[in-house]
Design a protein around this ligand. Structure first.
Ligand code: FES
Length: 95
């Protein structure tokens, strides 16, 4: 089974391609902000992709607009809009 690894803690959780990375984290009680409840409105669920960027669901237009080019260039995604199809490693930036 594929896994989601959170760095630098190096904590891993099993993931499913049908469950967003946000919901994977929440299901495992891993702290992450999510003020809008996963509707791509708040931008607080930002994560940085460390490994596995090519194994993620494509960027949606709403995610692209919410993050902006600067954040996208820095490897950020919205955890509520991102699904992974194989192992992926992330960091949760401090806000
Ligand atoms: S939870 Fe608000 S943008 Fe993801």
């Amino acid at each position: 089974m594929a896994k989601l690894t959170v760095l630098p803690e190096n904590t891993s959780y099993p993931l499913s391609a049908s469950v967003s990375l946000l919901n994977t984290l929440l299901k495992n009680a891993h702290p992450i902000q999510h003020k809008c409840g996963g509707k791509a409105q708040c931008g607080t669920c930002r994560i940085r992709i460390i490994e596995g960027a090519g194994k993620l669901s494509p960027l949606s237009e709403i995610e692209r607009r919410r993050l902006g080019e600067e954040n996208l260039s820095a490897g950020l995604r919205l955890a509520c809009q991102t699904y992974a199809f194989a192992d992926v490693s992330i960091e949760i930036p401090k806000t």
